[in-house]
Design a protein around this ligand. Sequence first.
Ligand code: ZN
Length: 119
Amino acid sequence: MPLYDYNCQSCQNKVSIRLSYAEYDTAKPKCPVCGSANIRRVISRVRIAKSEEARMESMADPSNFGDVDENDPKSVAKFMRKMGSEMGEELGPEFGDVVDRLESGESPEAIEQAMPDSE
Ligand SMILES: [Zn+2]
């Protein structure tokens, strides 16, 4: 049976609960630490990262993007804009902010340092 990760809202523990696929639909799992039913499913980051990776691979053909000069923030910004539209989804205000700053000539290092820790 697969393991599902949950965050307990009561005791703040991260717990893994083993459920069958059939159970997963109907079960009301409880936190094994404190017994609270107030727990939330955690969507696996690994899974998200993997699909992200697959998507990057599918558009890894460098000819899609032309030349990117990593030392030229404007060139990087152009690349990121293109990549952003390629991905066909909203990448969030932070992404747009980064691109804007690159376009105005800020170095990627400076921008990274100014960003709030995304973890
Ligand atoms: Zn708990």
